[in-house]
Design a protein around this ligand. Structure first.
Ligand SMILES: CC(C)(COP(=O)(O)OP(=O)(O)OC[C@H]1O[C@@H](n2cnc3c(N)ncnc32)[C@H](O)[C@@H]1OP(=O)(O)O)[C@@H](O)C(=O)NCCC(=O)NCCS
Length: 165
């Protein structure tokens, strides 16, 4: 994964998000209108890449989640404890401003999310993502994510495969 020279920090409402334009208007609107109440209610955490002190160049969200054991590929599920669910962390959203696309920032944000999930003291088997379309699915597959057999736009990466940094 590429590393881009951006500072990645927890979201702060003082950062400039009005100008944020990724390819996805729902993801732009979420950053403008919904992330602050979601953080306040503790249903999400948000981390942003800052291009300079205030401008948001990209962001992602993280929250606790679970995966149904039965939804995993059999070859992976059979090695896990026989509980109905497996603990996970969900990266619900990931977006990069069009100005900063193709410079390694999406990969750097993904690496940062994986690293936070691995460093957590609360165990999780995998990072899960919900790809919004086939292009996003291809992005995650490029980064070694595995699709759930019955819902290919939901992908996961076992955290035991990640090197802590
Ligand atoms: C998907 C997105 C986050 C990628 O961000 P980005 O900064 O342009 O991506 P990067 O420059 O970091 O690319 C990292 C790697 O992924 C690859 N990549 C990028 N988009 C890809 C795609 N759609 N399919 C396959 N590979 C892709 C790059 O070629 C690069 O490969 P390399 O590390 O081997 O050189 C960005 O395009 C975006 O915000 N899209 C709109 C929102 C979206 O689709 N979010 C996804 C979650 S729903």
């Amino acid at each position: 994964m590429n590393r881009a020279p951006f500072l990645i920090a927890p979201f702060d409402a003082s950062y400039d998000r009005a100008a944020f334009r990724s390819d996805s208007e729902p993801l732009n609107r979420y950053l403008r209108e919904q992330v602050t109440p979601d953080i306040r209610r503790r249903v999400t955490a948000c981390f942003v890449a800052l291009a300079d002190e205030q401008r948001i160049a990209g962001y992602y969200t993280l929250a606790s989640a679970s995966l149904l054991l039965a939804d995993l590929p059999t070859s992976i599920g059979k090695k896990l404890p026989r509980y109905p669910t497996v603990p996970a962390v969900r990266m619900g959203r990931l977006a990069v401003d069009q100005v900063f696309k193709g410079k390694g920032l999406g990969g750097a944000l993904l690496a940062d999310a994986l690293n936070r999930a691995v460093r957590s003291e609360i165990a999780a088997f995998a990072l899960i993502v919900d790809a919004k379309d086939e292009a996003a699915e291809a992005f995650y597959r490029h980064h070694s994510f595995i699709s759930l057999p019955d819902s290919p736009l939901t992908l996961f990466l076992p955290l035991a495969t990640i090197q802590r940094s």
